[in-house]
Structure formats: structure tokens, C-alpha cells
Design a binder for this molecule. Structure first.
Ligand code: PGA
Length: 254
């Protein structure tokens, strides 16, 4: 199996650069385990310099979002050229917390192209808000995937990563953690949609991550679900001890 992918999504934490450096130092003490993964840290923008510098020996910088524009003069936006100068390797696009602020799948489709053009790997987040018992959420998921990837050509499709993040399982307000069986069904469904769009061979090359309340207690069971290529971790990534256990669970995957 290819190396698993592990992304630490720090969201709006920690509160100071000092604390950010302390987490990075602890990550670095566990670097041997992170080296067994494709490891990325997605910090708040003011910390990208520190993150890029301090993890370069065992990981890469990821950003939490991209501007929907790639050139010109736009006060308040950070464009890909600057991100590239910090050695940004990946970008989370379409996170549900951004979709909640009004980002549409059409916006996400544009950002996927902007990332690819800049040589940054887009990690495209998809996930249903609620899980109904009739399985209608699968159709929601199909629509979201198709629209978010509507500009993506088959020749570029293997360069993206999908992060399946059901909204109901994310963050401190999560209803409950996902069960491995539920995750397995959603991964299979996403693979089916990607196969419809790009054919079986290309679809099999698109890594699918899981994100939503991954912690040290459920990581092993979720990592064992067939088709899970890695994790996108929010809260638990800020606790270096818990996060190390998640990395270990992922690298145990057969
Ligand atoms: P969580 O967040 O791990 O805190 O649930 C995951 C995410 O939103 O990417």
C-alpha cells in the first residue's frame, strides 16, 4: 500500500505563534512516525513561515483555503505565488466550514483549477450535512462531487485528493463519531462516482481521506476501513500526543 496521507487542520488555533512553535517542536520529536506518512500541516496563515520551515524535514505545508483568483492586485487576498514561495504543497478546498460561509461547489471547482495551475495539490472536501435513513444523502454527495470537480480534466484527476468529511461528524458539535461500516459505504459510493466521471483506472488513483472527529480512540478502526487513504484531523491534531497515536494507527494499516 502507498504511504498514508495525514493532514493536521489547525483551523483557528493555536492562539499564539509561541504555542504553534511548541506543537511543531513536539511533532518534530515524533518525526520518524510522520515520515512514514505523507504528512501535511494546515495552520492559520500567519504561521505558515514557521510551519514550512520547521516541518520541512518530515512534512509539507498545506493551506486551509485558496483565494478564488490567481493574479492581479486584490487587497486582503493571499494569491498562490506567495503561498508557493513558502513551499506550500497542498490546499484544503471546500471545507464545510467555508461552505457554511457561502462557498459554493462552483467556487470550489475554480479553486481546484487554481491549485493545480500553481502546482499545489487540492484536497477537496465533500460531505453530507445530515445522514437520512433513506440514503438520500448519497445523491447529495454525488451532486457535490460532480459540481466541485466540474472543471477537472481526466488528465489531472489523479493529482487531487478527496476528503470525505460528513458535516454531522465534524468538530466539537459533532452529533456522534462515524461508524466504520458507515464510512465504508460512503467511501465505496465516492469511488463509484469518481469511476463514473473518470473511469476505473484514474478513479483508483484518487486518494480518499476521512475527516470528522478522528481521535486516538477511533483512528485504528477507521484506518482499517478499505479505501481510506488517510485522515484530515482537526481538534486532535493540536494535541501532539494524541496526534502521534493517530499517525501510528494509520501506519499500521495493511
Ligand atoms: P475535527 O475536524 O477533527 O475537529 O472533527 C475535522 C475537520 O473539520 O477537518
Amino acid at each position: 500500500m502507498a504511504k498514508p496521507i495525514l493532514v493536521a487542520n489547525w483551523k483557528n488555533y493555536p492562539a499564539s505563534p509561541l504555542e504553534a512553535r511548541s506543537i511543531l517542536k513536539k511533532y518534530s520529536q515524533n518525526r520518524e512516525i510522520y515520515k512514514k506518512t505523507h504528512f501535511f500541516v494546515a495552520p492559520p496563515l500567519p504561521y505558515i513561515g514557521d510551519v514550512s520551515e520547521k516541518i520541512k524535514a518530515f512534512g509539507g505545508l498545506c493551506v486551509q483555503n485558496l483565494a478564488g483568483i490567481s493574479s492581479g492586485t486584490h487587497t486582503g487576498l493571499v494569491l498562490p505565488d506567495i503561498l508557493k514561495s513558502f513551499a506550500t504543497k497542498a490546499a484544503i478546498v471546500g471545507h464545510s466550514e467555508r461552505r457554511k460561509l457561502g462557498e459554493t461547489s462552483e467556487d470550489v471547482a475554480k479553486k481546484v483549477q487554481i491549485a493545480l495551475k500553481a502546482g499545489i495539490a487540492p484536497i477537496v472536501c465533500v460531505g453530507e450535512e445530515v445522514q437520512d435513513s433513506d440514503g438520500e444523502y448519497f445523491e447529495f454527495l454525488r451532486g457535490q462531487i460532480k459540481k466541485s470537480l466540474s472543471e477537472l480534466k481526466k488528465s489531472d484527476a489523479a493529482k487531487i485528493v478527496i476528503a470525505y468529511e460528513p458535516v454531522w461528524a465534524i468538530g466539537k458539535d459533532a452529533q456522534r463519531p462515524i461508524e466504520p461500516e458507515e464510512l465504508s459505504q460512503s467511501i465505496l459510493f465516492i469511488k463509484k462516482v469518481l469511476t463514473e466521471m473518470y473511469g476505473r483506472i484514474v478513479a483508483s488513483k484518487i486518494a480518499i481521506l476521512y475527516g470528522g472527529s478522528v481521535d486516538d480512540s477511533n483512528a485504528e478502526a477507521l484506518a482499517a476501513v478499505p479505501g481510506v487513504a488517510g485522515f484530515l484531523v482537526g481538534r486532535a491534531s493540536l494535541n501532539a500526543g494524541d496526534f502521534k497515536k493517530i499517525a501510528e494507527a494509520l501506519t499500521k494499516k495493511k
